[in-house]
Design a protein around this ligand. Structure first.
Ligand code: ACO
Length: 307
């Protein structure tokens, strides 16, 4: 079995749901895809709270569309995970019981409207850099789901950039609000790429299986290199005094990331971990009737037109 599996991986072809695959490959994919799906649906919360407070109809329509896209991404990803033989109910139970993770980034608060811009530019920007290579992931259903997700993430990133640009070129108070949001989201967005390569437990195996195509640090560096010129156009400052172009590396050098903060958030002690989880559990319980109704509708006896 693993002979054929390895041949497919070596030939850079796709593993499909009915193909034989090592148990550990299946388990790794379920872990990563489930974590990704959970991140999408928990990720609706920080922005969802601003839909009723958006400053114009245009901004409200954009935000609503974006949050709906995130729900859609969650659904594609749960479907992709189900092709590996798990049911989404099991995955949601694992999330609600704290046995599976979601991205650290969604445990931070969104106190101002400028946070909508910073999330779009930085959080969705980081998501794109991380996820474009996943379009070439060795597992077919995950790779195909990522194609559409990345197209939508690209719209999310642009709307955030445009929102921040508008604020940064508005009144002095609006510019301060934009800068404050960037100051708060910059470092957590760098943590989205995961721990440093030296501490990444899964990277080596996931890269050998071509689930991951680049290491956490490589993608983080790519993201920083992309942000610096964009921040200049925005007229905003990235809150890292050590950022400087290193011609010999061909990359920006940057300051130390506070990995103790990352560990705290992963351990459940971030600013809003408890709130995010209790909101999610409540939404799930209150949505039970919708799932029951949808199941009853799907399994209803079909009436013959003449009866
Ligand atoms: N937030 C929460 N947990 C994280 C994060 C993070 N930002 N980064 C890493 N971890 C966890 C891993 O899940 C792993 O946990 P485990 O050992 O308990 O299973 C541990 O930290 C060690 O990390 P790695 O070995 O580096 O894990 P991995 O190889 O899975 O790489 C990464 C992490 C880069 C996030 C990878 O899983 C990935 O690319 N996932 C798909 C993208 C994704 O989930 N994006 C979600 C946010 S984007 C959005 O929703 C808009």
């Amino acid at each position: 079995m693993s002979g054929i599996f390895q041949e497919v991986i070596d030939a850079d072809e796709r593993i499909e749901p009915r193909d034989d695959m090592p148990d550990a490959y299946r388990k790794t994919l379920i872990r990563q895809i489930a974590q990704h799906a959970h991140s999408e649906i928990i990720g609706m919360q920080p922005e969802g709270s601003w839909i009723t407070r958006a400053p114009s109809l245009k901004r409200k329509a954009i935000l609503l569309a974006k949050v709906q896209d995130e729900a859609g991404h969650g659904l594609y990803l749960y479907s992709a995970a189900e092709t590996l033989g798990v049911h989404r109910d099991e995955l949601l139970d694992a999330l609600h019981e704290g046995r599976q993770r979601y991205s650290s980034i969604f445990n931070y608060p969104t106190p101002t409207w400028a946070d909508m811009g910073a999330i779009g530019w930085l959080v969705d920007g980081a998501a794109i850099v991380n996820q474009v290579p996943l379009c070439r992931c060795s597992y077919g259903p995950y790779a195909r789901a990522m194609v559409r997700i990345c197209k939508e993430e690209s719209f999310h990133q642009r709307q955030g950039y445009e929102l921040l640009y508008t604020l940064a070129h508005g009144t002095p108070a609006q510019k301060r609000m934009a800068q404050d949001a960037v100051d708060r989201w910059y470092w957590p967005s760098l943590m989205m790429f995961g721990p440093p390569d030296t501490e990444s437990t899964h990277s080596a195996q996931s890269m050998a299986w071509k689930i991951k195509r680049h290491s956490n640090d490589e993608l983080r560096q790519r993201f920083i290199d992309m942000l610096v010129p964009q921040a200049e156009i925005l007229g905003l400052t990235l809150p890292d005094p050590d950022l400087s172009w290193n011609p010999s590396r061909g990359h920006y050098d940057h300051g130390e990331i506070d990995w103790s903060e990352f560990k705290r958030v992963l351990a459940g002690d971030g600013p809003l971990n408890a709130e995010r989880m209790s909101h999610r559990r409540r939404a799930h319980e209150e949505g039970a009737w919708v799932r029951e109704a949808a199941t009853a509708y799907a399994t209803r006896p079909t009436l013959h037109p003449s009866t």
